[in-house]
Each structure stands twice: as C-alpha cells, then as structure tokens.
Design a binder for this molecule. Structure first.
Ligand code: PMP
Length: 395
C-alpha cells in the first residue's frame, strides 16, 4: 500500500516543485517530530503561528472543552456563542476604544478582504493605496493590494484603482487622495523581507489619511500577538489604524482571523442590505475557544519580554562577515545574507542539523527567524549558534 508520502505528491495539490515534505508524526512545544524518528526545532513557528509553541496545554484544553459543548451551530452573526463573545471582549479590553469590535473570519486573506470591503462601503470610495514589497494574501482582493508583480501578473485583471507607493518614502504620500478608500500596510513587512516602517513615515501616513478621509488599515497578521515584543506592532509607533487585520498566531494553532474596527465603522456591514458580508465558518466556536485561551495565556505570561530576549540573544550571536544585517523587532527577525546561494546552503545545513528555517516570499537572500516565544534561552542560543556556524562555514 502506498504510504502517505506517495499520496501527498499524487493526490494533494502542490504549491511548488520542491516542498519541504517533512512527514510529521507529532509536534509539541518548539519541536516537530517526523515519522523517520527525527526531531526538528521549529524556528519559524509554522510561519509566525505557534507563538505559544505547538499544542500549548491551555489551548488544547480549551479546544477539548469546546468540542464537548458544541461545534458549528449556525452561520456567523446569528446565534450568541460564548467563545466568540469572550474572545471579542478580551480583544477589546486590550485595544483602544476605536478598535473595540471584531468581525471573525478563518484566515489572514479573509481578514484583508473584509477590511477592504468595509473601507469601500464606509467611505463610498473605491481606491486603495498599498506599498511595494507588501504581502496581504492570495485571494483576489488581497492579491490586488499585494506589492509584488510576479504574484499579481498571472491573475490580472485584479481590482482597479490600486496605487503602489514605495514603503517608507514620505515624499509620495500626496497620492493618497479623497478618492482613496483605504491605505493598507504592514507596520513591519513580513514576506517583503522583515522591513519595519519608519516612525516618522508612519506618522505621516496617518496624518495624510486624516486629511483625506481615507481609512488606515494595518495588516498585523504576521506581526500581532507579541511577535514583535508588544501585543501589536503598532504599539511601538503610537500610531493607530482605523481597521486592524489579525490571523496566524491568533488561534494558537487553529485557523482564526479577524478584522477589528470601531462599532461605528463596522455598522455599515449590518444594513443596506442586511447580510451584505457573511461567512459560514468565520468565528468557529472551537477556534474562538482556542484563540481565547491563547490570548489569555499570552497576556498572563510576559511574552513581550520573551520576544525581546529572543532578539537580544539573536543580536549577540548572529554576527559574521557575511551577515549583512539582522532586521526586525522581537521574535520577528530576518537575517540578510550576501547571496541566494549562501542563503540556500545555510538553510539546508541547518535543516540537516535539525533546525527548520525558511525564506520570506519576496526575498531569497533573507533567512526568516521567528521561533515560538516559549523557546528557552539555551535552545535559542544553540540554534542561533548553528546558524552562525553555517554562515561562516559556507562563506
Ligand atoms: N498578511 C500578511 C502580512 C501575511 O504574512 C499573510 C500570510 N503570510 C497574509 C496576510 C495571508 O494570511 P493567510 O495565509 O492566512 O491567508
């Protein structure tokens, strides 16, 4: 009988010619165990998802308890389901008043789709401004505002009226106009190569949005939930969005996303006509229970400090001639190397030595480092030393 490896390549649609194809047996904490008896340190948290590590006991317990109460009962928005209300209230308690209501979805791209539609309906405008090198997801709307041509070109025509400006260039902001429904940006670009926004630029974007009436959308799908040392990356800047997009780490390993805004802005989704933006599975009770336990655990555990500690260990160890830069904040880091060949060799060497690393989508000379925030100091040091040794060896 063919094993699951053969079935994977034969029956599961593939996203590239060369998937990593680790055959997973189980995962726990910082480790992924494979069917051939090996153990890998997950240094990218399943791409910024497993901030509390894999199968955190609090999340597993919440999922089990919710499974015993109920699973899906009704499409989103009709019935009162305690896990949804609890999660929304906990989010609101940790966000400013202007971000006190959440619309729950299942993924990052759905959060962005919701935010774009919300901005159009609220402003009555159709233009969007986005930035070069951004990544906002792969459905049509979010792809339309993703700033990389090679991903957009095969799917054109996409949404019209999207203007791309250079990230961190304040000189171009006059292109945000009274026709702009929203400006969308990642406060720290993830797939673009871990590029933080500059503080003065972000302040200027906010100011220009206020002058023109354009809404400001922050995509914190990758940077949220303490990954950068604060609950949300915007807290580093003191700049507030009108709409906040969340996903990835939100569900503690379960599929979960949200777009968050004020009750006033979100009210446009309930009328003219009613039910103009609905979802069957958004806010699934089991995922909301997981997300609630995840957030409660993160809030109680000093995870901001843990993310900062990861950064300081990384900055201490990851130094070598061929390391051009270590960018990012907290545990959202990118190691800029000199060439794609070196990057590939380092990632491969680390993989052979039990470390899972990866690229970002838009860059093949940058190694993504985003470990679970629970990683112990010893394991972090040992892992970063393996990376540094590999850079030196292949330089
Ligand atoms: N926005 C950002 C900033 C992301 O990093 C991602 C995923 N890499 C997305 C949106 C899309 O999220 P999803 O894959 O859950 O649709």
């Amino acid at each position: 009988m063919p094993g699951s490896r053969e079935d994977f390549f034969r029956y599961v649609a593939q996203t590239s010619e060369q998937p990593m194809a680790l055959e997973v047996e189980r995962a726990e904490g910082c480790y992924i165990y494979t069917t051939d008896g090996k153990r890998y340190v997950d240094l990218i948290s399943g791409i910024a998802v497993s901030s509390l590590g894999h199968r955190h006991p609090a999340v597993v317990k919440a999922v089990r308890e919710q499974l015993d109460r109920h699973m899906h009962v009704m499409v989103y928005g009709e019935f009162i389901q305690k896990p949804q209300s609890d999660l929304a209230a906990l989010l609101a308690a940790n966000l400013p008043d202007t971000l006190s209501q959440a619309y729950f979805v299942n993924s990052g791209t759905e959060a962005v789709e919701g935010a774009l539609k919300l901005a159009k309906k609220r402003t009555g405008r159709s233009g969007f401004v986005s930035f070069t090198n951004s990544y906002h997801g792969d459905s049509h709307g979010s792809l339309s505002v993703t700033g990389r041509d090679i991903y957009r070109d095969p799917y054109k025509p996409l949404l019209p009226n999207v203007t791309f400006l250079e990230f961190n260039n304040a000189g171009l902001l006059s292109q945000i106009t009274r026709k702009t429904a929203a400006v969308i940006l990642e406060p720290i670009q993830g797939e673009g190569g871990i590029i933080p926004a500059e503080n003065r630029w972000l302040q200027a974007v906010r100011k220009r949005c206020d002058e023109t009436g354009a809404l400001l959308i922050f995509d914190e799908i990758q940077s949220g939930f303490f990954r950068t040392g604060r609950l949300f990356a915007f807290e580093h800047y003191g700049v507030l969005p009108d709409i906040l997009c969340l996903a990835k780490a939100m569900g503690g390993g379960m599929p979960m996303g949200a777009f968050v805004s004020s009750p006033e802005i979100l009210s446009v989704l309930k009328k003219d006509p009613p039910l103009n933006h609905v979802t069957t599975f958004g806010g699934h009770p089991v995922c909301c229970a997981a997300a609630h336990a995840n957030l409660k655990t993160l809030l109680a555990g000093n995870y901001g400090l843990k993310a900062e500690k990861i950064e300081s260990i990384a900055r201490e160890i990851l130094q070598a001639d061929k390391i051009l830069e270590l960018r990012g904040k907290g545990a959202m880091l990118g190691l800029q190397l000199e060439s794609s060949q070196l990057t590939e060799q380092v990632v491969e060497h680390c993989f052979q030595h039990g470390l899972i690393l990866g690229w970002t989508l838009h860059s093949n000379t940058l190694i993504r480092i985003a470990p679970p925030l629970i990683i112990g100091e010893d394991l972090a040091r040992k892992s970063f030393q393996t990376i540094r040794d590999a850079v030196i060896r292949f330089s």
